[in-house]
Structures are given as C-alpha cells and as structure tokens.
Design a protein around this ligand. Structure first.
Ligand code: SF4
Length: 201
C-alpha cells in the first residue's frame, strides 16, 4: 500500500507525488526509499485529494502540530490535490500547514501560485541551497535551466508578499561562512527568514 501520510516528530507529512523538475545531486531518493520510519515513499499512483482526505481518517489529527506537504517529490507538481487537501485539513482540523518545496512551482504550473496558496498555507519552506546561480544549476540540475534560480527567488518573495511565513534553507556544512552570509543577505532582501538546517544524509 502506498504511503500517503507519515509522521515526522510532531508533524504529519503528505507524500503527494514522485514528480520533480530537479535532479539534485544530494537527493535522498537516490539512496533510500523512505524517511525515518515512513514506509516506502515511491508511489504506485499519485493520490487524489479524496485519497488524501480518506487517509486523514486513519490518523488522530489532534496529535500533530502541523501538516507538511513534502514527500518524495515536489508537492507543487500536484498543485490541485495539494490545494484541495490543504483546504480540507485547514477547515476540518484547523491545523497549521507547511509546504516544503524547491520553489519552482510557478515554472511547473506555468503561473504564479502564491495567490493560490495564500490563506491555506501558513509556512513555505524553500530550498535555497546556494547563493550562486551557477552552483545551483550544477547541484539542483533543474529542467528549466537558468530560469530556475531567479524563479525560485521570485516565488519566495511572492509568498512573503502574499502573507505567508517563508523560510529559505541551506544545509549545514555545505557552504562557506561567506556563502551563508550571502544567503542571509538574499533572504533579507526578499523579506523572508533564513535557516541553516542540519545535514540529513
Ligand atoms: S528538489 Fe527535492 S525531490 Fe527534487 S530532486 Fe531535489 S532533493 Fe530530490
């Protein structure tokens, strides 16, 4: 059976899709098929919004501090399902909602998606990875080529302007101090928070 929902600490995570426009050199999917005790995150078919909503009934939703759209792929690749499931969860459980994303959802969907997320999504966590567009290309290998890095930054700024809490992340030990300072400056310019998260590999 596919793993659609899985627990990580106090959060309930949603695995909507295995699609992703990137091929990051560090992607966990290359080496494992689950995260923590999640169960396999490769999907035999993408869940519909109804499938996700049906899964909620198998969990005690009052136990979780947040619902996190993350999984083994880029959640904005399944934007319609994300929006429907988030709307249901917000209305039914009043739970905080976070989306963990590579920030390329505008390019994936061919439109600005921040206005669609606003009001449903509380926190958007965007992988910044590096302050250097050329290094980004080498690390993330996005199918959109050089359009990707500026689009990712624009998306983060757009989400902040739409009222969402935005956190841009890099991974500890992967950047120099100088690069981390540059990331902090980028985030300040965009009006978003900067977080250096622990290495999970
Ligand atoms: S964006 Fe995430 S899911 Fe996609 S290739 Fe990179 S690490 Fe993997």
């Amino acid at each position: 059976m596919d793993t659609i929902l899985y627990e990580v600490h106090s959060g309930l995570y949603v695995n909507l899709t295995n699609k992703c426009p990137c091929a990051c050199t560090f992607c966990l999917r290359q080496e494992m098929d689950s995260v923590g005790g999640s169960g396999p995150l490769w999907l035999s078919k993408e869940p519909s919004a109804e499938d996700v909503i049906a899964e909620f009934s198998r969990f005690d939703m009052s136990r979780y501090t947040e619902l996190v759209f993350c999984g083994f792929g880029e959640p904005t690749e399944a934007l319609d399902v994300l929006l429907k499931a988030a709307a249901y969860a917000k209305e039914r459980f009043g739970i905080k909602i976070r989306v963990n994303t590579n920030g390329l959802g505008d390019l994936v969907n061919g439109k600005r998606i921040a206005p669609l997320l606003a009001g449903l999504v509380d926190v958007v966590s965007v992988s910044l990875n590096t302050p250097d567009p050329a290094k980004y290309m080498a690390l993330v290998r996005p199918r959109f080529g050089e359009d990707a890095y500026p689009a990712m930054l624009a998306f983060a700024g757009d989400c902040a302007s739409a009222g969402m809490q935005v956190v841009m992340t890099t991974v500890a030990t992967t950047l120099t101090d100088e690069e981390e300072k540059q990331c902090a400056a980028i985030c300040e310019e965009l009006g978003v928070s900067y977080r250096i998260r622990p290495w999970e590999g």
